[in-house]
Ligand binder design. Structure first.
Ligand SMILES: [Zn+2]
Length: 59
């Protein structure tokens, strides 16, 4: 099934990067830093939404 496989083998969507596609249009090399960054942002947002950790507003 060489032909089928060739169709599935996408490439990283970044220019100048010919690595094999890993996720969300990016290769593993470029996907993980972006993913880690998004995880960090999510964690921060969740914490801010947590009323127990809400700080008193500075007026
Ligand atoms: Zn890449």
């Amino acid at each position: 099934m060489g032909r089928l496989r060739a169709v599935n083998e996408r490439k990283c969507s970044l220019e100048n990067c010919n690595r094999r596609h890993y996720a969300k249009g990016l290769c593993k090399q470029h996907y993980w830093p972006a993913w880690k960054e998004s995880q960090r942002n999510e964690a921060v947002e969740n914490r801010e939404e947590n009323p127990a950790e809400k700080q008193l507003p500075l007026v």
